[in-house]
Design a protein around this ligand. Sequence first.
Ligand code: ADP
Ligand code: MG
Length: 376
Amino acid sequence: MGSVKIEKLTKKFGDVTALHDINLDIREGEFFALLGPSGCGKTTTMRCIAGFESPTTGAIYIGDREMKGISANRRNCGMVFQSYALFPHMDVFDNVAYSLNIKQLNSSNFFAKLPIYTRLLSKRLGKTPKNIENKVMEMLRYVELEQYSDRLTSELSGGQQQRVALARALVMEPAVLLMDEPLSNLDQKLRHSMRNTIRSIQQDLGITTIFVTHDQEEAMSMADRIAVMDHGKVVQVGTPTDLYSNPATPFIADFVGTSNILKASVEGEENSLTVVKGDGFVLRSANKTDKTEVDVIIRPEHVKVVDAGKAVNGADTNVIQGKVLMSTYLGSIVRYDVQVGSYQLIVDTTYSSGTGIFEEGRKVKLTVEHERVLLI
Ligand code: ADP
Ligand code: MG
């Protein structure tokens, strides 16, 4: 029912190719994030799904129905935008009830149309059609705005307005919920709590959700799977852990989490490890590669720092020489910037009061397991 399939979707605006041959398979009930920098085509993808743009080529299916020729209001998609797009002159209840009323107005049953004309009056008299009132109040309970139903939306905070927008989308019981950067206008703290609110409502209702963001942390913490987009293309689809541990390209390694990315040449193979050499380092990796030039990806938390004079043993470990440029104490971890050749590596170590912190200028050894050296 609520699955979304996108096949070979290309969208051009004149000379600009906003989307280039996009393929996505979003499962029923899944929380799916589109992640990528500004201008990569996220909104255009959403607008094509919602029916506000028509594909130049390619097809979109919601459930098993192809959407070609089906207008936006008949696609059964709920939408929430960065700008809340609420009616400021209406109260919370009416904002959420609005589309339901319109739907009832459009339905073929003449008697069903009557309530909307008298709604404002009847609401005062307690005669709002029960079916609408029940649904609206249930949704307001979900987003914890029950006690605000009589407030004008212009009197609400940003977070509250965004929850009204969410309730308004959900009250229609859409097959698919589309959210385009819904949290971007909220301050940091509110953004964090809204992540949880949205995720738990989505889980509760089991509604297929496509969530657009340029914030990797947001995508990682909320989504079942993520499609990373760049320049109108989907570059990788996977679970947050897939993307983190096996980024397909340096762009993804850099965009998802923090990475050290080093250029290196492949020197050969030794004991079924690939030996690579770059400016100031030789490393062995458990990865195989056909290439002669590679990008070496090392996550900051996979590196250990030890005193340059200390012997390191461990058959599965690389050792490289470096010099501490800066140390930043972050509570439970210490982040080091370490000079290796012409590179400045970021290293996150667990703080221990026993070893203290290596001071700036200190010569150190960095160790990283062969398994943790990724070649792409
Ligand atoms: P995102 O949401 O990821 O920031 P968009 O989907 O808004 O990216 O835009 C993708 C590309 O398509 C951009 O280069 C943008 O300038 C272009 N674009 C989007 N909408 C239009 C339009 N209506 N006319 C022309 N170009 C557009
Ligand atoms: Mg956008």
